[in-house]
Design a binder for this molecule. Structure first.
Ligand code: SF4
Ligand code: SF4
Length: 359
């Protein structure tokens, strides 16, 4: 079956989180619970049995740093099982940074867990977008500012996932510049989904992103910082879909297997389950739904001007909004068209609008 070999696993050690970000799919659904040691070990066994030579475990949540002992358990158990079964495990994590101190950074470095930090803007934009549940923390951004120099000693290549919203977008270029000055050398930038973007705000998102990208510094003859998706190589024409359900799966705290984290996080409708780590794959029909990557399946895309650069949107968003994995969401298409326009503009070196939009 073609989800195998398993290459990437979104691994939910917990749904719990110390932030309450309004756009987060886990937070929106109020999910709670953590993975037991038994489920953790069975999950790793299943992954090792279905992987080939290498597999990446992505600690996701919820906030994985709420469970440092389980991160350690995963790394140690997976490394031991991988050695027996000839599978090399790699570990990455997305974190909101609130729990990250020198002691944890030191441990993560020893466990070879690299991490990506969620930062949604500079200072008040980040604080507003990512409110902590602990009301004693006045400013999550100040914590990040205080700790980043220490953390950089353990992970010199600092990467940030930046989710822009209509409320923070006016400052996007300014904020990315500030974050670059703090030492972030890699950005993964996207507009928040599940939130209303007017045409004007989406245009502004494109202009702000282009402005920062075009004015970037240079390092070793290349623009710096790196921006995903603008600097990513095109993945190939006339393909469909990300890796969800085709080498990528997610495992929930209860051991349920889905195509990716976003399918796990859905709490209404059919999440297209694949099975669970106790019984293995039980619903092959659902897996088959993810396998058709032919361009011809994407009827709405046939006449789209960016059909050669777009992979057909996010199947999870498509599924939630249109009831079909391959029928794109109108909103996602608007965002994708904006992003592709910026990518073309940056590659052509055109100047964005210079008007001051920070008023
Ligand atoms: S933007 Fe929408 S219609 Fe166009 S190729 Fe992408 S998914 Fe298809
Ligand atoms: S289905 Fe969407 S959320 Fe899931 S891996 Fe693909 S692009 Fe990402």
């Amino acid at each position: 079956m073609s989800i195998f070999p398993t290459r990437v696993v979104d691994f939910f050690l917990t749904y719990d989180c110390n932030s309450a970000c309004p756009y987060c799919f886990v937070n929106q659904h109020g999910l709670k619970s953590s993975m037991s040691s038994e489920t953790l070990e069975k999950s790793i066994d299943w992954i090792a049995d279905t992987a080939k030579d290498e597999v990446e475990i992505v600690f996701i949540g919820g906030e994985p740093t709420l469970e440092p002992d389980k991160i350690e358990h995963t790394v140690q158990y997976a490394t031991a099982v991988g050695a027996q079964k000839g599978v090399k495990f790699h570990f990455t994590m997305t974190t909101n940074f609130l729990n990250m101190d020198e002691a944890l950074a030191q441990k993560l470095a020893a466990w070879k867990v690299s991490y990506l930090t969620s930062v949604d803007g500079y200072r008040e934009r980040h604080d507003r977008s990512r409110p902590p549940r602990d009301k004693n923390i006045q400013s999550p951004f100040s914590l990040l500012e205080q700790r980043i120099q220490i953390l950089k000693q353990y992970q010199p290549r600092m990467a940030a996932r930046v989710t822009s919203t209509p409320f923070t977008v006016n400052w996007l270029s300014h904020d990315l510049q500030k974050l670059a000055e703090m030492g972030f050398g890699h950005f993964i930038i996207s507009p928040a989904t599940g939130i209303r973007w007017t045409d004007a705000k989406l245009q502004l998102y494109g202009d702000e992103l282009a402005q920062f990208a075009l004015q970037r510094a240079q390092k070793n003859g290349k623009p710096w910082p790196y921006i995903s998706p603008l600097d990513d190589a095109d993945k190939g024409k006339y393909q469909w879909g990300c890796g969800a359900g085709r080498g990528r799966v997610a495992i929930s705290p209860h051991g349920n297997i889905h195509a990716c984290a976003r399918f796990t996080g859905m709490t209404s409708g059919d999440r297209l389950p694949f099975g669970d780590i106790h019984n293995g794959i039980t619903t092959e029909d659902n897996i088959i739904k993810f396998q058709d990557n032919s361009y011809q399946s994407r009827m709405e895309c046939l006449t789209c001007p960016i059909r050669e650069e777009c992979l057909g949107g996010c199947p999870a968003v498509n599924w939630e909004e249109t009831g079909s994995l391959v029928t794109p969401s109108v909103n996602e298409c608007r965002m994708m068209k904006t992003t592709i326009a910026v990518k073309r503009r940056v590659h052509a070196g055109n100047e964005p609008s210079k008007e001051n939009r920070h008023g």
